[in-house]
Write a new protein. Sequence first.
Length: 364
Amino acid sequence: MSADVLVSEAERIGSVLAFLLFVTVTAELLDAAGVFRAASHLLARAARGSGTVLWLLSVALATVVTVFLSLDTTAVLLTPVLLTMARGLGERPWPFALATVWLANSASLLLPVSNLTNLLLVHRLDWSVWTFATHMWAPALVSVVVTIGLLVVVCRREVPGDYRAESATWDAPPDRVLLRVATVAAGILVVLLVAEVPPYVAAGTSMTILLVAFAWRRRPDLRWSLFPVRLVVLTTVLFAVVTVLSQLGLLDWLRPVAGEGEDWLALLRLSAVAGVASNAVNNLPAYLALEPVALDSTRRMLALLIGTNVGPLITIWGSLATILWRDRCRSADVEVSWQRFALLGAVAAPVLLVTTVSALAWVG
């Protein structure tokens, strides 16, 4: 690997890691300001005592947070908020937990910031936000709709029942000024992303606003633990491992397995290989390892992305978001059965891959 290639890869991975750092701190501060709790309270009030409506609104919130703030934000911050809300209303937490983790992965196809793999592709192809969204809107829509359909089927016997609307109370944040500033900062992040500002710059801008606001209003909440050092280190290690394996001939083994061509079956084959690889190791190294076999075709690159985004629903380690989600469930005393998770994912992942790749082939 030449020095120029190494520098280019370092820049690409560096911008992804910077976004991961900035958006995670942003999300942590939004949570500390009470933004997510305020949103869950609004959902509970809007549902007017209907557990089914509450669950569907939670599904919608998980989708929006994933699209605009990344799947890791959904896994880390939205999961405990929804679980706490469900328990506070006397509802079963599992339908909320499963919806959160499935949509954290499957709803991450629309924007570059929705998933770290998206950022890697955008940087590689030098695409704008709108170019990416134009190519991915149909697969993203199908992925979300099919996921919700699968969730309805899987959770039909556990979907929440009715609750007393007056029980939907919340502890208002002590600093409403900070809540308003945080809400504005979240809005600025979305606007900057739509305006095609580089994702790490958009996230960094929002983070800076929040850091200044907290320094002004609640300085004790600013602590080093806000920075996701472990997550950044783990991601860096995953990138490094793939780089080493690539130098040892990994590509020579992957190319015949992934196949070639742009017809529906060829795209599905590549996407399936990416999904299997993601569940076997993790979706980030799976994407990096398979990227060279898809670079000759835009459609193959997008099929690879589908496999690494919606495919890792079977193993806990399939994506960083799922690992983080499991930790949050454990902290909330919500038992996650590996066997049940894998069984449900083994049904959902193939259905999602087939339908989402079909949408890609149809649009393309």
